[in-house]
Design a binder for this molecule. Structure first.
Ligand code: ARG
Length: 581
């Protein structure tokens, strides 16, 4: 089904002079008095035609009306120039009703499109680190990345998701050293809860290094041994990786993330790194710093990016160890061969400088994918429980956060609806849904302060509010036998019904916009607006009790369509729509 906005654009383009090559923007006016859609195209047109925007708009309106007649289309009930150059469109009730019928014919496909057909996107998110407890930043990345993947898929894109697990780097040398230094009893203790144990061991080693900087050198040596393939170090490291992956899988499952197509951890690029450094040196992109005998055996290999204000990018440290940056360059090179149209990294704002360096060095190395890569930045989410930094210790685990959310959801549901069947299942869906929605309803770039009670509230812009609205609509539909709608002519709608219908039909546009700007919040906020309109309708319009059969049938259609829209929309955010709650 074509989107209304697209149809309007087509009609506008048909009425524009052939030499007009500007963009046609169609938007939703702020107030309903200005129509269902509006365009400012007359402002650009006036410049070309050297007339006033008002005149250009009027001329356009006349042309559209003429063509509208010729095309025998009854899409609009009103088209008007207003505000000195805007052209406003009101969709006719017949056209709206026709769209409703079309939508109900295949509600599963509602919101999907094929605008992304033939395009392949890699989305990298979650990116936890081995032997470290994933923090809220990893959660935001996972939640936003998973929603983006769902949204891209719905637009027909091919999507490859990748986790880029952090399992390589000097920190593993430090950890190896600390592990070997630990007593047998301490090791046994760590083995009981390995990720937490290793996390704390690393934190404790950090403190020891502060007091005794020599220890860092021992750690570096252990990493050098690991990079050179030392058997014992490899074995311990492998174990650390294995136990961490178990925990990461549990997080993925509990958060309901879509399956990752690829799970290429940093260490898989091991062999690709040395030739890449060679190339960078040969090409003159990188240079070896003068040997610093006090620091180690060899000079660091760096790329001077000061000409673009990005400082110095280090590929190899002075002790010869590979860097996080080098691993990202090897990653870029690997994916460059996979014919991607876009390569997106969902990573917090602190790594902006890092990614600017990666993309810039990538371009200098002649890796084409570098110019099709983007860092999708997100801000901080603070959990009021306290600091989240791994180094400070006391990290709150993501599963602990989730447990807390589910437990509270269970309490709320118990109070609100003690009779509910499947209470456990619903509490889980509401708990994780509330957490995800709290994140997704904010623009990724914003810094947010997490508030559990607010997130779980049944009122306001929250996950439970959307889920509850859906469940409420479904409860109406459960009470009727016949959901197949008899053919009927367009009934008269009142203001509220019409408003809900128009809003519902904008769903595919909201999904498209969310995909375009990489912000699931666009979709989330659309859904909130739709749910508000649905609740207004629910409170003022009887459906099952409506005496007029035609009206009742129309309202049922509307309820079914809005419910399907909420369900599809929530799915795209990675949130389950529960039938009852
Ligand atoms: N594992 C890293 C961290 O926790 C994030 C990885 C981001 N992705 C990348 N390709 N560098 O900070």
């Amino acid at each position: 089904m074509t989107r209304i906005r697209e149809e309007i654009k087509k009609i506008i383009r048909g009425a524009l002079p052939y030499n007009f090559d500007g963009e046609v923007l169609v938007s939703v006016p702020d107030v309903t008095e200005h129509g269902d859609y509006s365009t400012n195209v007359a402002f650009a047109l006036a410049k070309i035609q050297k007339t006033s925007p008002r005149e250009a708009a009027e001329e356009m309106v006349a042309k559209i009306k003429e063509q509208g007649l010729r095309m025998k289309e009854n899409v609009f009930s009103r088209i008007e120039g207003a505000g000195g150059g805007f052209i406003n469109f009101w969709i006719s009730d017949e056209a709206l009703f026709g769209k409703l019928g079309e939508m109900l014919w295949k509600p599963e496909g509602w919101g999907r499109s094929n605008t992304g057909k033939g395009k392949k996107i890699r989305v990298e998110y979650f990116q936890p680190n081995v032997a470290k407890i994933p923090h809220v930043g990893h959660m935001r990345s996972a939640v936003i990345g998973d929603a983006l993947k769902r949204i891209f898929l719905s637009q027909g894109h091919k999507v490859v998701s990748d986790t880029h697990i952090g399992d390589w780097g000097t920190q593993f040398g430090i950890l190896l050293y600390a592990w070997k230094e630990a007593s047998k009893e301490d090791q046994e203790k760590i083995k009981k809860n390995p990720v937490r144990g290793l996390n704390d061991l690393y934190v404790a080693e950090g403190k020891k290094i502060e007091a005794e900087p020599e220890r860092r050198e021992r750690g570096k040596e252990e990493f050098a041994k690991l990079e050179q393939g030392d058997k014992e170090n490899r074995k311990i490291w492998k174990w650390m990786v294995t136990v961490s992956l178990v925990e990461f899988d549990e997080i993925k499952r509990r958060f309901g993330l879509l399956r990752f197509e690829e799970e290429r951890a940093e260490s898989v690029y091991e062999d690709a790194m040395p030739p890449l450094v060679e190339r960078a040196l040969k090409k003159g992109v990188a240079a070896r710093k003068p040997l610093d005998s006090a620091q180690g055996v060899t000079g660091a290999v760096v790329v001077d990016l000061s000409d673009v204000g990005l400082g110095e990018a280090v590929l190899l440290k002075s002790d010869g160890a590979s860097t996080y940056l080098l691993r990202d360059l090897a990653t870029l090179e690997y994916w460059d061969k996979k014919k991607l149209d876009k390569n997106l990294y969902v990573v917090d704002i602190r790594q902006s400088h890092h990614f600017s360096q990666v993309f810039d060095v990538g371009k200098r190395l002649g890796i084409p994918l570098a110019s099709r890569s983007e860092h999708i930045v997100f801000g901080f989410m603070s959990l009021p429980e306290g600091a989240m930094s791994t180094r400070k210790g006391n990290v709150i685990g993501l599963l602990d956060v989730l447990d807390t959310m589910e437990a509270r959801a269970r309490e709320i549901i118990e109070k609100k609806n003690p009779e509910l069947k499947n209470k456990e299942k619903v509490a889980k869906a509401v708990g994780v849904g509330a957490l995800k929605y709290f994140d997704l309803s904010h623009h990724p770039k914003s810094n947010i302060m997490f508030d559990k009670e607010k997130a779980l509230s049944f009122e306001g812009n929250t996950g439970p509010y959307l889920q509850y609205t859906y469940a409420r609509l479904r409860s109406i539909l459960r009470k009727i036998q016949d959901t197949r709608h008899k053919k009927q002519t367009s009934p008269k709608f009142d203001e509220c019904e019409r408003g809900l219908l128009v809003e519902m039909l904008r769903f595919p546009e909201a999904v498209e916009d969310a995909a375009k700007v990489y912000a699931p919040s666009v979709l989330a906020n659309y859904l909130y607006g739709l749910a508000q309109k649905a609740n207004e309708f629910y409170h003022s319009h009887p459906v099952l009790k409506e005496g007029d059969a035609e009206k009742r049938r129309f309202r049922l259609m509307l309820v079914e369509a809005v419910a399907a829209t909420l369900k599809n929309g929530l799915y795209l955010l990675g949130i389950e729509a529960v039938e009852e709650m």
